[in-house]
Design a protein around this ligand. Sequence first.
Ligand code: NAP
Length: 256
Amino acid sequence: MGRLDGKVAVVTGGALGIGAAACRRMAEEGAAVAVTDVKDAEGEALAREISEAGGTARYWHLDVADEGEVERVYREVAEAFGKLNVVVANAGIAGANKPTDEITLEEWQEVMSVNVTGVFLCTKHAIGHLRRAGGGSIINLSSIYGLVSAPDIPPYHASKGAVRLMSKTDALLYATEGIRVNSVHPGYIWTPLVADLGARSGFSEEAFKKELGSRHPVNHVGEPDDIAWAIVYLASDEAKFVTGVELVVDGGYTAR
Ligand code: NAP
């Protein structure tokens, strides 16, 4: 018996990194998974890998900043799999790394359109489907940087703080309808997003990884499955009394 048997889940930004791990682990636990992303080749390959391993998955192209696409893809997923129970709003970008006074309005808006507007649209268009399913679980990817800050990537930190409170507002709004909304707050997880930050840092990959790891009391960075298991928990009925929480998975980063 899988922990997610009978559930249908959509994952945004599901082709790579944390999203891909969430797709794999949720499918293993019995969910039918809609892998969605803007990286079509990687997304198609992941859906194929899951299907070949005996799971249920299909890929859809979905840019979370495009309202029409969000509405259409959710509708197609619900038609293909019969319903929608779980939404993992995972797509996110790091954006420009400069002091605030050097960030252009375009750079600010680019991050907000994916990390904040994307989460808003993914909730807005999920609610009707989740109501029809008798409830459901929305899982929004925030960050340690939705709880504390750091002197870099200003639009990113602002966006992740917004996701934290958007999740709590929606948890309160929809609690009586059996729709749970929670945010997940990873420490540094080694994914293409973080590898790209490393490439932009001027350090070697090994030195960058070591330095990032040293910021965590456990003295290493995390891996995508560390977050995927938190997502499986929040998606499952094991978490039926859990809404409006910040699930922090950070190797102790925010404990000090
Ligand atoms: P990732 O490796 O960059 O994977 C994210 C995926 O989302 C990529 O395939 C990316 O495509 C895609 N994407 C970008 N913009 C999109 C859009 N508008 N619509 C749909 N998909 C889009 O990222 P990750 O590290 O797994 O992070 C996943 C989430 O966790 C993000 O919200 C991130 O902020 C959060 N998070 C990550 C860490 C970490 O240390 N990795 C820590 C805390 C929070 P492109 O490659 O083309 O952009």
